[in-house]
Design a protein around this ligand. Structure first.
Ligand SMILES: NC(=O)c1ccc[n+]([C@@H]2O[C@H](COP(=O)([O-])OP(=O)(O)OC[C@H]3O[C@@H](n4cnc5c(N)ncnc54)[C@H](OP(=O)(O)O)[C@@H]3O)[C@@H](O)[C@H]2O)c1
Length: 379
């Protein structure tokens, strides 16, 4: 095992970065330099609040004393640091975990490329100032597979041959491509982690960073109960509301519980030692895909009277509710036409003693969507 001592981590206030930072501070005894936006004092408050969501043990003596927060912005040259501070931190670190990203699936191209691709380029420029033993762990995503709908994606695959349905997917592909070129050019190793859709079935405070299924649950609530702009209240319980969604009834998604994903990412990122100039990519995924229909079933069960129909093609006479969902969830819905699967041989070989993820069953989906009480209308 490498004796990693000091880690620069981006994205510590986020859904995944806060989980990684919590694990590094509470189980790995590492010093974490969290780079994020805002003044150091405000950033520290936001990071500590994000960490506490995952367990108060992070506040035990010793843990938070190993956390340092520095103001920066990955989208800026020098990561938004002064050249002197940039050089000083680069001399100090043994690893860089790049967890910051813009995950707006329907976001504008320029913004997504600025944060995800250009931001990664700035992290790579930082890496060039670090000692040769400093390792890079780059958080990517299954979305780099783009518009490919069928077949099994291998951990070494990285191609734009299928095109991209969202600018998010394209920007994350570009980031991974930059990491590969950098490692080859510089003769430096890197670990690339590709989680699928990471979801939590635990209840978190409203201000905690959300995950894709919690966002989906809130959108469905907005249309089922009314409350979204222009969407009338549905007489209390979504009675008679029909939603035609541009999804395939036979599509499947890979959803992986956050507790497994975090443990797998930390073990792989910390314990694997790629060779010089070698980029090793790992799929952090569930062994079984989840049918998209199971998600829709969970929504219908929670809102009796709500009916969701998969609609092949464009809905021309869309209702206000359908327009709202289509505009806010276009990116997510593009995944709801996939049937592709993901090989995870390398990730399994790197985590032999790690128990597999919990099943993503109806109960998990209900909780992850935020449907915690009884079905609406039966209360
Ligand atoms: N969630 C998933 O299911 C999932 C699945 C696969 C891959 N991923 C990847 O994992 C990474 C993190 O995703 P997430 O779900 O944790 O997202 P998130 O909750 O939205 O967190 C994003 C983090 O990035 C930071 N950030 C954004 N722009 C920044 C900038 N210009 N400079 C510095 N920090 C910036 C945010 O800081 P602020 O708090 O200041 O906004 C926040 O800490 C992304 O790269 C994403 O592609 C996520």
């Amino acid at each position: 095992m490498l004796a990693v001592v000091t880690v620069l981590l981006t994205g510590a206030t986020g859904f995944l970065g806060s989980r990684v930072a919590h694990t590094l501070l509470t189980t790995r005894n590492e010093r974490v330099i969290a780079l994020g936006r805002g003044t150091p004092a405000l950033l520290r408050i936001r990071v500590v609040n994000a960490l506490r969501v995952h367990g108060e043990e992070v506040t035990h003596p010793g843990n938070l004393s190993r956390l340092r927060c520095v103001s920066g912005d990955v989208a800026q040259p020098w990561l938004g640091l002064s050249p002197a501070l940039h050089a000083r931190i680069a001399r100090e670190v043994d690893a860089v975990w790049h967890c910051a990203g813009d995950i707006a699936l329907t976001g504008e191209r320029d913004r997504l490329f600025r944060v995800n691709a250009q931001g990664t380029a700035h992290v790579l420029a930082f890496m060039e100032m670090t000692a040769a033993h400093c390792r890079l762990v780059h958080l990517s995503t299954m979305a780099v597979a783009g518009a490919r709908t069928e077949g099994c994606i291998m951990e070494d695959d990285l191609t734009d041959a299928h095109g991209f349905e969202t600018h998010y997917d394209a920007s994350k592909f570009e980031a991974e491509r930059l990491v590969r070129h950098w490692a080859e050019r510089q003769g430096r190793p890197a670990v690339v982690l590709r989680p699928s859709i990471v979801a939590s079935d635990r209840t978190h405070p409203d201000e905690a960073a959300g995950h894709p299924l919690s966002v989906l649950g809130s959108m469905i609530e907005a249309v089922a109960l009314g409350g979204a702009p222009g969407i009338p209240a549905q007489r209390g319980e979504g009675t008679g509301l029909r939603l035609r969604l541009a999804a395939s009834p036979t599509a499947t998604l890979n959803i992986v519980p956050d507790s497994y994903a975090t443990q797998a990412m930390v073990r792989i990122g910390y314990d694997t030692a790629p060779d010089v100039g070698d980029v090793r990519t790992f799929h952090v995924v569930h062994a079984h895909n989840t049918p998209v229909q199971a998600l829709f079933d969970a929504m219908e069960a929670h809102y009796p009277g709500l009916r969701i129909d998969c609609f092949d093609g464009e809905v021309h006479d869309a209702s206000l509710a359908e327009q709202y969902i289509a505009s806010h969830l276009a990116g997510f819905l593009s995944y709801c036409r996939h049937r592709r699967t993901y090989d995870r041989s390398r990730a399994l070989a790197a985590t032999p003693e790690l128990a597999g993820p919990a099943p993503v069953d109806a109960g998990f989906l209900r909780r992850a969507l935020g449907f915690t009480g009884q079905a609406v209308g039966s209360r």
